[in-house]
Every structure is written in structure tokens, then in C-alpha cells.
Design a protein around this ligand. Structure first.
Ligand SMILES: Nc1nc2c(ncn2[C@@H]2O[C@H](COP(=O)(O)OP(=O)(O)OP(=O)(O)O)[C@@H](O)[C@H]2O)c(=O)[nH]1
Length: 361
């Protein structure tokens, strides 16, 4: 769990960014729907508590605000596609609501007592925005925008409040609500990150699982070109059942973790590595042709062969080897066919006697 993951979405993977934005978009849509109903529905309360002249002005303000918020509903569907739409939608929401806050408070400028629903609106807004799983940096931005707008509105409409303790009181209250909002938002983000990890990581090796790998593969395919192919390496541990049978499943697990670590040592951040099945691993090398991929698979095979795995129970060593099938993909590749070809190449490597790499040509 790293703090920087909570600080900014720059530290999130592309896949998680898309998932989070999708989640934010759904909550945003509900938020806007509730605000439209709430702001327009409040007309009934105003009719009850305000004098007729004041009511005549404010019901129009409320209705116009509701109408201004409505385009944000279809916009929220675009948010799922691009982060910029999300940022624009959030800014628009804040802009419209803070303008509503300004105009409605302005209508009370003649010394008419302000009903609590209007005084509390900015705090209510901060509480509502807590439902969005935003990183801390975005939460701070929202809090600063709301705080500055509320204080500017106060100053503009009632500069008297600067002379007494009211200003300090407001700042203090806004700070408390802002901190609570950021705290809840971070909690939501953490929950989302935890759920994402649970559903995309293999618990034993901590590599990504097959589900996420297939999504990454599709993403790589879409960004590939004739000059920029990608290569898949399907790896399978040789005679792994025998290791389990001879040394126990605990040792089998130890071997899987050790091979996963070796793959990560060899490829590091340059590749997408997944535990594809029980004793199968998949490596995706972006911007890599077949020959280069084959060479890298061979380097990995040698590394695994030269690193026996120590049995934690009796400190004996177990020799491990892997076989690999290598295949090159293009923009127009059918991924199901590509995976079938990788499987075929792996099968050929097994048939050749194992502990070798075969490329599909
Ligand atoms: N310890 C352990 N074993 C696993 C795990 N997942 C799958 N296996 C075992 O992996 C073994 C795979 O065996 P096989 O498919 O027969 O393959 P193999 O013995 O490696 O033989 P070849 O692939 O033909 O070289 C099975 O015994 C599974 O029980 C796991 O998470 N931990």
C-alpha cells in the first residue's frame, strides 16, 4: 500500500484508471440526479418559508440551476471514455453549484434572515462530493475551490463578516468538512484499489492474472503498428506434477514463486507478466519482434535452469526447467488465434523434449 497511489492518479495503471473513472462516472450521474431533484424539489420548502417576492425570484434560480445541471447527465457517459471529460464534468458541476450558492445568498442581501438550508449548502456540497473515489490531490483541489468561492461570496455580499469571528468560524467549518470529504474519498479509493488488486492479481505470485492480462494484450494490440509488433511468450514448468508429487505442494508453490521472481528479474517493468494458469506464465513484450522475443525467452529459460529452488523444509534443492512458445502479434491479429498459436508452439517445445523454446513461424 503506497501513499503515492492515494495522492494522485498518475501513479495508477491505465487499466485501474479506466475502472476508477467508470466508477466515478456512475456516482457522478447519481449525484447530479439527486442534485437536480433536490434543488428543484426545494422550491416547495421555499414556498413555505420565504415571502412571496423572494420566492418569485428564487424558484426561477432553482429551476435554471436544475436545467444547467441536466446536460451533465449525458456528459457522464462520456466520462467513462476519457479522464478529460471527467475533469470537465466535475468543474462544470462545481461551477454551476457555486454560482447557485452565490445567486441565492445574494437574494438575501437586504438583511433578510438566511434559512439554514442556504447557509449549509456549501457544507452539504462537500459532504456529497465525498462519495467520489478521488485521490487526495484532487480532493484538496475541490476543497480549495469550494472554500475560496464560499469565502469570496461571503466577502462580496457581507464584508461585515470579516470584522468579527464569523470568518474564522466559516474557515474552520469548511476545513473540517473538507478534511472529512478527503478522508471518505481516500477510503473509497482504497476500497476500490483493494478490490481491483483482489480481482486482478494472483495471490501466490502477486503477478497479474489471466483476466487482466487479456485486457492488457488487447490494449497493446490496439496501440501496435506494422513497425511496432508485439511478442507473446507462453511458458510452462516442465514435469511440475512430479515436483508436487515428490516434494509436496508447499514446495510446488515455492517453485512457482521462484520462477515468477526470475521472470520479473529478467523482464522487469519492460514486459507485462502474468500467471496464466496453474503452472503457466505469459509474457507480453511490446515493441518486440519474433527473433528478439525468442532470444529473450531463451535467456529466461537459461536463468530458470541455472537457479535451483531451495526447499524451505529440508534445505534440499530442486532443479526446475521451463518450456516456451513464442509468437509475434500485429495490429490485425486475432487474439484468440494468437493465443492458440502460442499454445501450439509450447506444445511443440514439450514434444521436442522440454526445456526449450519454440517460435511459431
Ligand atoms: N503446488 C501447486 N501446484 C499447482 C498449482 N496449480 C496447478 N498445480 C499443479 O500443476 C500440475 C500440472 O501438471 P500437468 O498439467 O500434468 O503438467 P506437468 O506435470 O508440468 O507436465 P508437462 O507440462 O507436460 O511438462 C498439476 O499437478 C497441478 O496440481 C499451484 O498453485 N500450486
Amino acid at each position: 500500500m503506497e501513499l503515492k497511489e492515494y495522492w494522485s492518479d498518475r501513479n495508477h495503471s491505465r487499466d485501474f484508471k479506466l475502472i476508477r473513472i467508470g466508477f466515478v462516472a456512475i456516482r457522478f450521474r447519481w449525484l447530479v440526479t439527486l442534485l437536480i431533484i433536490g434543488i428543484a424539489g426545494w422550491i416547495a420548502v421555499d414556498w413555505w418559508v420565504l415571502d412571496p417576492a423572494h420566492f418569485k425570484l428564487l424558484w426561477k434560480v432553482r429551476l435554471i440551476t436544475g436545467v444547467m445541471l441536466t446536460p451533465l447527465l449525458p456528459l457522464s457517459y462520456l466520462c467513462k471514455l476519457d479522464r478529460r471529460w471527467m475533469v470537465m464534468s466535475l468543474h462544470s458541476l462545481l461551477g454551476i453549484l457555486l454560482l447557485f450558492n452565490f445567486v441565492s445568498l445574494w437574494s438575501f442581501r437586504d438583511g433578510v434572515p438566511i434559512p439554514v438550508g442556504y447557509v449549509a449548502f456549501p457544507y452539504f456540497l462537500l459532504a456529497l462530493l465525498a462519495v467520489l473515489p478521488l485521490p487526495i490531490r484532487s480532493g484538496i483541489r475541490v476543497a480549495v475551490v469550494v472554500t475560496v468561492a464560499v469565502l469570496a461570496t461571503d466577502y462580496w455580499l457581507d464584508s461585515r463578516s470579516l470584522d468579527n469571528g464569523e470568518l474564522l468560524d466559516r474557515i474552520w467549518l469548511l476545513l473540517c468538512f473538507s478534511l472529512a470529504m478527503i478522508w471518505v474519498q481516500t477510503g473509497q479509493l482504497r476500497m476500490l484499489l483493494d478490490l481491483y488488486r483482489e480481482s486482478t492479481r494472483d495471490p501466490l505470485t502477486r503477478l497479474m492474472n489471466r483476466r487482466l492480462f487479456v485486457r492488457q494484450l488487447e490494449d497493446t494490440r490496439q496501440h501496435s503498428s506494422a513497425e511496432r509488433p508485439y511478442t507473446l511468450i507462453l511458458l510452462d514448468l516442465d514435469r511440475f506434477k512430479r515436483i508436487n508429487d515428490d516434494h509436496g505442494h508447499l514446495m510446488g508453490d515455492e517453485v512457482l514463486v521462484s520462477v515468477a521472481n526470475t521472470i520479473m528479474d529478467i523482464f522487469g517493468q519492460d514486459a507485462t507478466v502474468a500467471r496464466y494458469g496453474g503452472e503457466e506464465f505469459m509474457v507480453l513484450l511490446d515493441n518486440t519482434g519474433l527473433e528478439q522475443g525468442e532470444r529473450q525467452a531463451e535467456t529466461l529459460r537459461l536463468a530458470v535452469e541455472s537457479q535451483p529452488v531451495e526447499n524451505p523444509l529440508d534445505e534440499s534443492e530442486v532443479m526446475v526447467t521451463i518450456s516456451g512458445g513464442v509468437v509475434e502479434g500485429r495490429l490485425d491479429s486475432d487474439l484468440t488465434e494468437l493465443l492458440r498459436q502460442a499454445d501450439e508452439a509450447l506444445y511443440a517445445a514439450k514434444s521436442k523434449g522440454r526445456n526449450c523454446v519454440v517460435a511459431h513461424r
